[in-house]
Ligand binder design. Sequence first.
Ligand code: HEM
Length: 348
Amino acid sequence: MLRASLTSFAKGARTALAAFALLGLAAVLVPSDVRAQSINPTASAVTEEQLLQALQPGGEIAGRVSIPDQKATGLIKPGGQDWRAFHQGTMLWITAIALLGMLAIVVAFYAVRGKITIDSGMSGLKILRFNSFERFVHWLTAGSFLILALTGLNLVLGRYVLIPLFGPEAFAAATQWGKYAHNYLAWPFMAGLVFMLAVWIKDNIPDRTDVAWLKAGGGLLKKGVHPDAKKFNAGQKGIFWSVILGGAALSVTGVLLLFPYLAGGYADWQLVQIIHGIVAAVLVAIMVGHIYIGSVGMQGAFDAMGSGEVDFNWAKEHHSLWAEEARRKQGGASAGTPGARPAPQPAE
Ligand code: HEM
């Protein structure tokens, strides 16, 4: 009897000892917060409904961080998925349609109208159109814009166009350098915008001559039609204000993207980036048209931004009111065209 009692006591003691040992081991292995949770009678579990609510647009599933920046707690943001779908879908299409659409318009215009030539032929007499500071401002803005445009387009279209051509490694390296160029060239572009506004705003205020110019289709559609224009015609004023206002929108949104904490939270960053992308796509398309007319599309136009001097007949046909005024202001006389001087003869 006594023996049986002793045996059962020893069994009980062994079980109790094993239980204590297990508890001790658990105390060492289980992290303190789980232990605390498991014994916290007021701890509440996340319900399925709460979880589904947090997965709605505008919701967020957040964790905990030990750094002061509470923005770092985000784990799942359904808004981020909508943004990614926009960036890789709608944004891509807007950019491709704007760019290819404008290229198609330019090609069709060239096919139908051909190069716009000087109807009265070259006079051989030159007149100063843009001084060296105006040309510097133009090329500062244009040069930085072109690189910003190419590196920006790469971020939207590059993976679809460049990876198949050059492979992922070359694309990744080029994109990284492109990103640096994009960040740093934004500053000369913004400086160019400010100078451009300062030197040309006085010549870009819309007035009555613009209405007549627009009614005549700018003379662009029909040979021999030359509506009056001052220093800039209505079409150029449109280009100027697109560059200034579009450039300002790109500058504000671009700076917010460079310094995101100025912009607010995730939803604001996404909105800012969408605006930046859409304005950029539209402005790039507009500039494709401008570059065409300023280079191969119109005889004699490039000289205005090249040497700064244009042929006097070009000036009379495209900027009649300005040509007269400039001729008076520039003074001098030469071969019946006061104010203009003969173009240098090409070397024999
Ligand atoms: C290779 C590219 C470019 C070429 C060949 C070019 C050519 C020209 C030419 C020839 C003019 C003077 C037109 C005239 O005498 O009436 C001009 C004006 C102007 N350019 Fe450009 N340009 C280029 C790029 C750009 C870019 C990228 C921008 C802006 C981001 C820009 C902004 C302007 C503005 C605002 C004017 C004055 C308004 C106007 O003429 O439309 N240009 N450009």
